[in-house]
Write a protein that binds this ligand. Structure first.
Ligand SMILES: Nc1ncnc2c1ncn2[C@@H]1O[C@H](COP(=O)(O)OP(=O)(O)O)[C@@H](O)[C@H]1O
Ligand SMILES: [Mg+2]
Length: 250
């Protein structure tokens, strides 16, 4: 069994405040894994540690077998990790297409990047166009990203992660701020476009989580209290008690 991501004994303190305690988590290559838990549990902090935005206070993080603990975000993205932010991270004054070209370029082999840019590489353009269609934005090719709807910007943000060629994607609340219909479309898009990739996702819509994830981990006050298939999590008494609430425990 190969693992895309392995966390061992990961801790995070902010000064005197400890936010994460001894987090162990192994995510298989190609697995769709959901991280759920109440607000303030430490989910976004854990993503920040994996992506390199924050350094762990203790523990080890491996991506595809490489030790990435404490590495810089750009170095971690070179190892094939892409994240999408709770707030969108597209370039508002570039067109949708050029946003994807930038992302495709960032994932091109190091030596070829500037040559590709200067030559207006067809390979980069084709990759960007393929992703533009995959995320349903073909009709928006020439529109400035800043003029797209919020849901379209999130689709573009997902597209940028895909265009970079990353094999492991971190999505933190990809449907936050969306209407129910938009959220349903966004989750269908995530499902369709991430086949074969490793996905670690924070999502509050339980129906979506239980429908999409191969396995779920439950983080409560900085500790993972359970990891398992959707059925196992649904049946877990500690999870019902701590998180799904008394209504679910009945
Ligand atoms: N930079 C920081 N400095 C101090 N405390 C922080 C910082 N970032 C997050 N926290 C605290 O860590 C806890 C977990 O936050 P977060 O990871 O955002 O939770 P979640 O994403 O699960 O809602 C919260 O109590 C939050 O206030
Ligand atoms: Mg969060």
């Amino acid at each position: 069994m190969t693992h895309a991501l392995v966390l061992s004994g990961v801790e995070k303190r902010f000064g005197a405040t400890q936010v994460l305690y001894g987090v162990d988590l192994s995510i298989e290559t190609g697995e769709r894994h959901a991280l759920i838990g109440p607000n303030g549990a430490g989910k976004s902090t854990l993503f920040n540690l994996i992506a390199g935005a924050l350094r762990p206070s203790a523990g080890r993080i491996e991506l595809n077998g490489a030790n990435i603990t404490g590495r810089a975000p750009y170095a971690i993205s070179r190892h094939g990790l892409a994240r999408s932010f709770q707030t969108t991270s597209v370039f508002p004054r570039l067109t949708a297409f050029d946003n994807l070209r930038c992302a495709a370029l960032s994932g091109a082999p190091r030596g070829a990047r500037w040559r590709n840019l200067l030559a207006g590489s067809r390979a980069i353009d084709e990759r960007a166009r393929g992703v533009l269609e995959a995320v349903g934005l073909a009709a928006c090719e020439h529109r400035l990203a800043g003029a797209l709807s919020y849901a379209q910007q999130r689709a573009l943000d997902l597209g940028m992660a895909l265009a970079s060629g990353a094999h492991t994607l971190l999505l933190d609340e990809p449907t936050a701020g969306m209407s129910r219909d938009e959220a349903r479309d966004a989750l269908a898009l995530i499902r369709a476009t991430t086949a074969g990739k490793t996905l670690l996702m924070v999502e509050h819509d339980m129906e979506a989580v239980f429908g999409l994830a191969d396995r779920i981990s439950v983080l409560v006050r900085g500790r993972i209290i359970a990891t398992g298939t959707p059925d196992a999590i649904r049946a877990d008494a500690a999870v019902r008690e701590a998180y799904l609430g008394p209504a679910a425990a009945r």
